[in-house]
Structures are given as C-alpha cells and as structure tokens.
Design a protein around this ligand. Structure first.
Ligand code: HDE
Length: 705
C-alpha cells in the first residue's frame, strides 16, 4: 500500500494550517463550523434560540425541546480541568528559523540552516488559577512546540534558569506549599504566605531559585521582554553520534525588562490581563516579538560537570562568562490564536516530545517530568487522544498503531494495529536510525537502587551546596536590583504570620549574604541571625543583571500624550510620527472620549483621564495648551510614572502639569522643552529605550555589611 494511503487524514496536520499555524482555508476542520445558518450539533437548522419550548406562553418547559437540552448540556460541560500548575497563560503562533550553526552538535533537522519551522508558544504564570492576574510575582512558563517534519519537539521551559527542587518527587510538595491555603483558598496567585516560605526555608536547595523569584525577573514588563531557559541540561547528538551536553536559552530581541512591584500590584487590579493584552496587541500591531534560541555547550564527560558545576543539578547555572550562549536560530511570533480554548487551553506540552538529535539527561527533575506531562493530559484533556486535537497534531506523518479510547476522532482502517503483523504487509515499518528513527544514544546505566538524589563521586558538593549560587546571583545584581530583592523578601515575609518561618528564612539568607539578610531583618523588625555557614566568595556574573545603560529597541512600547481641545495638536502629530517610526504606539489621552480638536485639526482619543492607568504607558508627555491637566487623575498618573522611573516629558505650558504633580524637572528621565522640537522628541525616544531612569530611583536603603 503506498505510504500516503496508509496515513489517516485526521492524523495529518491539516493542510490548511499555514506556516504560522493559522488556518488558511476557511473550510478546514480547524474552523470547526461551516454554513451560514444556526444548526443543532447534528446540522439541523434552527428557527429560534432565544425562547424555550414551553406548554403555553407562561407554562413549564417541555422535555422534547431537544435544542434547549443540547445547548444547555453542552454549556454545562464547557470547562475542562485547568492545568494543575501554569493554569494562567497566553499563547501565539510563529515561526522558528534556524541559522544552521547547530550542525556540529545535533542532527535535529529543524536546526539545519534556513529551515523554517511553525511553532506555537505558550507563556504562563505558575501558581495562579486560570482567571488570576498576569502580573503576580511568580515564575513564568515559556513553552514552545516546534512542529518539525521529524515529529514535534517541545521545549517546555521557564523564564528563570534554575528551579526550586532537585528531585521531581518533591514537586507535589512544592506546589501544595505554593498554592493557596487549602482551608480558605487564599491567597490567590502568590507566594507571599506561610506555607510557601515554610517549604522553601526547610528545603534550602530552593534558595538560589528563591533569589530569582524575589528579583525583577518574577514581574516581567511583558512576555516579549523575558528570557527563556530549558533549565535542565539536555544531551545533543550529532550525525556522527558525538554528543554534547547543552543548556537552552531564549534571548528576547527587545531586551530583558521588568515592571516595578507597585506597577505589578496596580495591574493586578486595573488590568489583570496585562501580559496577555500586551502580547496580543503587539502581534496585532505588527510588532512581532522575537527571541534568539541559543545553547551553552559542554563536553559530554562521564562526570557530567563543567568547571565543578554538576550539570545534572537543576538548581545551578553555568555563568555565561564561563560558557557563552551560541545562537542557533530566531523565533518570531506573528499570529494570535484564533480561539483561546481550542489552542491555548488545549495545547499539551510534554518534555518527552523529542526529535532525533535531542535527548534528555539523568537530571532527576527532568526524569520525573518525563512521566508527569503525559499523565496530566489524560485528566486535563479527557483521555489519551489529545494528540488529535488540531493544535496538538504533529506536522509530521503519524502512523502510531494507537487505537480507540475516549474522544477518538480517527477512523482507522485495517485490522492489524500491532507489530509485527503479516496481514498488513508488516506495516507500519519501524525506522532504524538511518531512516530517521529516534534511537537513544547508548549510555551505560549502573548503580545500586537508592534514594539519594544527585550524590556524585566526582562533584559530591554540587547538589549539597545550596547557597554559593544564590550568593552569586545576589552579588551579580546592581544596587537597584538588590534593593528590589530586599523589598520583595521583606514584602513576602511580611505577609507570613508564623514568626518561626520568618526567622528560619532569615537564617537561610544569612548563609547567602550578610547585607541582604540584615536589610530584610531590619524591614521585618527581627534580629539578624548568625550565619550557620559563612557566605561564599564569588566572581559576579554581569550577564545575570538585566539593567540596561544604552537605549534598546522599543517596538510595541506605548507612549501617552496628554491633550485637550485647543492643545498643540500639530506638535502631537509630530510626536506620533517620531514614536511610530521606532515601532512604538502613541496613545492620545484627553478629558473626554471621541476627538480632540484645535481649529480644523482633529485627533481621535484613545484613553480618557478616567480610563487610562500609568501601568500601560512606558512614557508620557504633556502637550502645551492642554487644559485640565491638573486633574487629580492626571496628577496621580504622572506621579506614578515618576516614582516608577519612567520617562516623562512636556513642552510649553504642559510643564505646569508636571510641577502640579510634584515632579522635579531636573531629575533623570524628565524631559521638558519650550516648544515641540525634533531634539526633544529624539531625547524622549532615547529615554524610552532605556526602559527606566533608574537614577531617579529613591535612595538605596541597604545597610552596610
Ligand atoms: Fe512543569 N508541569 N513540572 N515545569 N511546566 C506542567 O503539565 C512538572 C518544571 C512547565 O503552557 C504540567 O500540561 C513536574 C520545570 C511549563 O501548557 C505538569 C515538575 C519547568 C508548563 C508539570 C515540573 C517546568 C508546565 C501542568 C518537577 C521549566 C506549562 C499542566 C519535576 C523547565 C506548559 C501540564 C503549558 C506544566 C509537571 C517542573 C515548565 C503537571 C512534575 C523545572 C512551562 O505536568
């Protein structure tokens, strides 16, 4: 039988899915619906869907109303269980284009030069429920599905390069501790509570990750400005069977930027969809988010260590200064999902979705994940056939001999769904390595049956050393970032009721850094404990800091301009052109909706003083001639932007609005001019590219060591 005939049409990637993964053909089953009339699920046209069938106009409902019962029953079952972790997320389609630089280390076909692979990427928070706020202090998931011709490869990563635990068996404990308390189910989407801090203070292997979680990395400005990491060490295998150990990195082209904590809190109330909206808006506006995928490459030695760092320990990084990230290709997200449920909710990632040339290692966290992801989909997506859902269908030919089960949508032909068989010509054939079969690299596995995660003869201290890299992270931060970390620890521990938990965490911090510990203790009003272990001496890794000192790209950033009828709209138009030229957007903010006008010039209003919030703006400018800019709502907006160290500007008498808001005009990032000039606009754009004017940051409060 020719191969093409053997494949079931339902098992193939729908031909209508274009390069960006979007349905190109409206008749595609991806769309799920056709025809112009409302019908029942069986296709019977319906005359009315607003009135139930009743016995008389005021009488009871009739059981024979099959339309009512079908509509209501389907609705009653619309929800599926949310993900046990990473429930809150947003996703996009895109394409990955390989540079061809990976040939020496892996045979994976999608990494060969110029190959373009459709992808679907889902970003998420970890702890919150599906409806929780985007800007909670939390780790972010960064999961990528590559639909390669050799099968689907999922890189299921996070925006932080390490994890809280070293052994997957602790994952249920970690998550039970991080999720809301089981009695009152509060707090939602937060680690600022007793059980979380109880857990991490008792599991000191979590210390390095806790530092990351208390840093600005846990409150990204946007999904577009986050790094991504595969976390574990992977094993890449080249065509000649040579192997390397690697760590995957995603580097955002827009740079790494975060919110400040107050913004994150405001956004959680004012716009809980902050990151979801930002991602969708940017893609819709054509500001396609981009990342470069890279790897740190290490020799695949028997001891699986590099410079004394155990590569199997997921609580450790290898500083980029020791092993630079080598770029492999570029990811561009270029299309929003068509339907949230069908795509973002139903997408099923799995660390075991691998292609030839990419293998896992014995990292005990990764090994456990190899079980968990498939297992969880069985409950979440209602059975073993979730791979047939359009978003999960491979773009490679599938001939799997898997049969039946809940929600089977394939109509399989033939009688011999087993191998070997003689009734179907022995097909499907198994593929040897030279025919693209996924054959694991042979590696020796020896050992006693033990419960001793990560103990190694060669690097005996690495899994046991819970503090050195936490110190490394702290020491690599700038003063601004350190202050944010101190504030985050103080805030979170300040929400803990049990004093013994706070004291235990302070004892942990004492082993990381005396200054950090003292500052947090001061904020909590507790004594500074004596360190059980002297903090390590480290060589800082500047690559860990995310503060920028030269302006970077500003695609998709939002600049607000405050105007009213009669303001200098010609100046606003020039500002708009300057802002759009660099890929950002100008939002016109006025006392009322509709239009503002001056003479014959009219400008549409994007936000009113009532609907705008500072968190959605990366910079704000007040135009000359604006009346009513001393409104309390404008003053609050300007002052928030000022304390969040964002760029502010004004020209002409617009400056008065800044002073009315208590803004000191001679501070960094405050740009005023007498009239609208090109130089003023240029300075504003440069300030936007710096992300924040950190020089304006309030005095640092770190006590001396
Ligand atoms: Fe996950 N994780 N995880 N995780 N994880 C899930 O799978 C799990 C871990 C990550 O957008 C679940 O489909 C275990 C590390 C992302 O759909 C579940 C352990 C990293 C996502 C699961 C970990 C991740 C998940 C829940 C400890 C970064 C969201 C729903 C060994 C490298 C994927 C689901 C999406 C989701 C298990 C730790 C990343 C239960 C057992 C480390 C990005 O299977």
């Amino acid at each position: 039988m020719p191969e093409a005939d053997r494949r079931q049409p339902d098992q193939q990637a729908p031909s209508s899915v274009g390069p960006a993964g979007r349905p190109a053909d409206p008749r595609s089953n991806y769309r799920g619906q056709s025809g112009t009339f409302l019908t029942s699920a069986q296709g019977t046209r319906l005359p009315d869907t607003e009135h139930s069938l009743t016995a008389g106009a005021r009488g009871p409902l009739l059981v024979e109303d099959f339309h009512f019962r079908e509509k209501m029953t389907h609705f009653d079952h619309e929800r599926i269980p949310e993900r046990v972790v990473h429930a809150r997320g947003a996703a996009a389609h895109g394409v990955f284009e390989a540079y061809g630089t990976a040939g020496d280390v892996t045979k994976a076909a999608f990494l060969a030069e110029g190959v373009r692979t459709p992808v679907f990427v889902r970003f998420s928070t970890v702890l919150g429920s599906r409806g929780s706020a985007d800007t909670a202090r939390d780790v972010r998931g960064f999961a990528t599905k590559f639909y390669t011709p050799e099968g689907t490869f999922d890189l299921v990563g996070n925006n932080m390069p390490v994890f809280f635990i070293q052994d997957a068996i602790k994952f249920p404990d970690l998550i039970h501790a991080g999720k809301p308390h089981p009695d009152r189910e509060i707090p939602q989407a937060q680690s600022a509570h007793d059980t979380f801090w109880d857990f991490v203070s008792l599991h000191t292997e979590a210390t390095h990750m806790t530092l990351w979680a208390m840093s600005d990395r846990a409150i990204p400005r946007s999904y577009r400005t986050m790094e991504g990491f595969g976390v574990h060490t992977f094993r890449l295998v080249a065509a000649d069977d040579t192997s390397s150990l690697v760590k995957f990195h995603w580097k955002p082209v827009l740079g790494i930027h975060s919110l400040v904590w107050e913004e994150a809190q405001i956004a959680a109330g004012a716009d809980p969809d902050f990151h979801r909206r930002d991602l969708a808006d940017a893609i819709e506006a054509g500001a396609f988010p981009e990342w470069e995928l890279g790897v740190q490459v290490f020799p695949d030695t028997e001891d699986e260590t590099f410079e004394g760092i155990d590569l199997l320990d997921p609580t450790k990084i290898v500083p980029e200064e020791l092993a630079p990230v080598q770029p492999l290709g570029r990811l561009t997200l270029n299309a929003n999902p068509t339907n949230y449920f069908a795509e973002t909710e139903q997408v099923a990632f799995h660390t075991g979705h691998l292609v030839p040339g990419i293998e896992v290692t014995n990292d005990p966290l990764m090994q456990g994940r190899m079980f968990s992801y498939l297992d969880t989909q069985l409950t979440r997506l209602g059975g073993p056939n979730f791979g047939q859902l359009p978003i999960n269908r491979p773009h490679a030919a599938v001939n799997d001999n898997l049969r039946d089960g809940m929600h089977q949508t394939a109509v399989h032909e033939g009688v011999a769904a087993y191998l070997p068989n003689s009734l179907q010509g022995g097909e499907p054939k198994v593929a040897a390595k030279n025919r693209g079969g996924y054959v694991q690299l042979q590696r020796p596995v020896v050992g006693e049956v033990v419960r001793q995660t990560g103990v190694s003869d060669v690097a005996p201290v690495s899994f046991d050393d819970h503090f050195t890299q936490a110190t490394l992270f702290w020491a690599s931060m700038t003063d601004v970032e350190k202050t944010h970390i101190v504030e985050a620890f103080t805030f979170e521990l300040g929400k803990v009721y049990e004093q013994s938990v706070k004291e235990r965490e302070l004892a942990v911090l004492a082993c990381v850094d005396a200054q950090l510990c003292a500052a947090v203790a001061e904020g909590l009003g507790l004594p500074v404990p004596t360190a059980a272990r002297e903090p390590a001496t480290v060589n800082p890794s500047p690559a860990l800091s995310q503060l920028v000192t030269v302006p970077g790209p500003v695609d998709g950033r939002q600049v607000g301009v405050i105007v009213s009828d009669g303001a200098d709209l010609a100046g606003v138009a020039k500002l708009q052109a300057a802002v759009e030229k660099v890929g950002a957007t100008l939002l016109v903010i006025a006392p009322h909706g509709g239009f503002v006008s001056k003479g014959k010039t009219r400008l549409p209003v994007d936000r009113t003083f009532l609907t705008v919030r500072s968190i959605e703006l990366d910079a704000v400018v007040v135009a000359t001639g604006t009346s009513g800019a001393d409104d309390i709502k404008v003053r609050v907006l300007l002052h928030e932007m000022y304390r969040h160290c964002k760029a502010l500007g004004a020209w002409g008498d617009g400056v008065e609005a800044l002073t009315a808001a208590g803004i000191e005009l001679d501070r960094a990032g405050v740009l005023v001019a007498d009239v609208a000039t090109a130089a003023h606009r240029k300075d504003l754009v440069a300030a936007l590219g710096l992300h924040r004017a950190w020089d304006r940051f309030p005095e640092f409060t770190l006590p001396a060591r």
